[in-house]
Design a protein around this ligand. Structure first.
Ligand SMILES: [Zn+2]
Length: 89
């Protein structure tokens, strides 16, 4: 009668030793992260810390997915996103 989640956690813990997953995470951790001023939307509700990048080009101000509050344009220093989906248009 073991919970399903417990089984998953156990098998996940073994994976790094058997495969190359552990090496991947170690390598990623030491890569220097470049930051740049990034456009973001932040929730204007007191006590709500929700924010999102402005990568999606909203036509109008989005609403907070958590409290449905109004979101305002802001900027933050954020790690530069590598664009893996480069397309030649
Ligand atoms: Zn909110």
């Amino acid at each position: 009668m073991l919970p399903h989640t417990l089984i998953e956690v156990t098998s996940f813990g073994r994976m790094p030793r058997e495969g190359g997953v552990h090496m991947y995470f170690s390598k990623k951790a030491v890569v220097p992260v470049e930051e740049e001023e990034t456009d973001v939307w932040t929730c204007s509700t007191d006590g709500c810390t929700c924010w999102m990048r402005d990568n999606f080009s909203f036509e109008k101000s989005p609403t907070c997915p958590f409290c449905q509050g109004e979101m305002t344009k802001d900027t933050r220093m954020l790690p530069v996103l590598m664009n893996h989906s480069k397309r030649n248009s």
